[in-house]
Design a protein around this ligand. Structure first.
Ligand code: 5RP
Length: 238
């Protein structure tokens, strides 16, 4: 991994997490080529990117979005949202992460959008991760691993995680199971120390009823723009 300081050094040592997200959201504009279609993720960091992208909307051909929430924000910003199947290969996919390790592998899905995020990421040549410094970890797994599941398989999948030492709980919203944009449920799995993200992603992908596991090792980041009090650090993983 090569690590270098981004140009704009920030002198204020007490930036909030929200300000760090704004910083990396703006820095991601450097990866958007005018005239191209950009893949757009989901979450509070991506919302900062969408706000920044609005400032160059006349030069953006459109976006492929990973969630209903991002689609609404993109449209409000005056950016055309294209169906994934009409967009062809994308140059970049820009998204946040719940955790990112030293190889660019990530846990994602804190915003329940992991399935479409993985689909759009797979359509892009490069994944540009934007994250504040709190997301950078040595080993994935302190953040509960989100797994989108077909509801009838949820209890059995929870038992399969228990056999690996994980405790899975059904994600709730307003006291009822959260329903994703795809009409499915989310399990959040605590207690895993994911030392081999690619192996665990491969294994869980094969369990019947798993729609998407929130380990992004196959679709790992090419670059991470990490917001720190010293400014944006650019981490290269390829
Ligand atoms: C949504 C995601 C987000 O990228 C992840 O949860 C990070 O979100 P935020 O930028 O709000 O911290 O995977 O499903």
């Amino acid at each position: 991994m090569v690590c270098k300081r981004y140009k704009g050094i920030v002198s204020n040592k007490y930036m909030t997490q929200d300000e760090l997200k704004t910083l990396v959201g703006q820095a991601a504009l450097a990866y958007v080529t005018p005239g191209e279609i950009v893949g757009v993720g989901t979450g509070s960091t991506v919302n900062k990117f969408i706000a920044a992208l609005a400032g160059m909307k006349a030069r953006v051909r459109g976006a492929v979005s990973s969630s209903e929430a991002s689609t609404a924000l993109l449209r409000e910003a005056g950016i055309a949202v294209l169906p994934a199947h009409e967009a062809g290969e994308l140059a970049v996919y820009i998204d946040g992460a719940d955790e990112i390790d030293g190889r660019g592998c990530m846990i994602k899905g804190g915003g329940a959008a992991l399935t479409r995020e993985k689909i759009v990421a797979a359509q892009a040549r490069r994944f540009i991760c934007i994250a504040d410094a709190s997301k950078r970890v040595d080993v994935l797994g302190a953040f509960p691993l989100p797994v989108e599941v077909i509801p009838m398989a949820g209890a059995r999948i929870a038992r399969q995680f228990a056999a690996l030492g994980g405790q899975a709980t059904l994600r709730l919203k307003g006291g009822a199971p959260l329903v994703t944009d795809n009409g499915q449920h989310i399990l959040d799995v605590r207690g895993l120390s994911i030392t081999d993200p690619l192996a665990l992603e491969t294994e869980v992908n094969q369990w019947p009823g798993v729609v998407t596991v929130g380990i992004f090792a196959r679709q790992r980041a090419s670059v991470c723009l990490l917001g720190t009090e010293a400014g944006v650090q650019t981490l290269h993983f390829d």
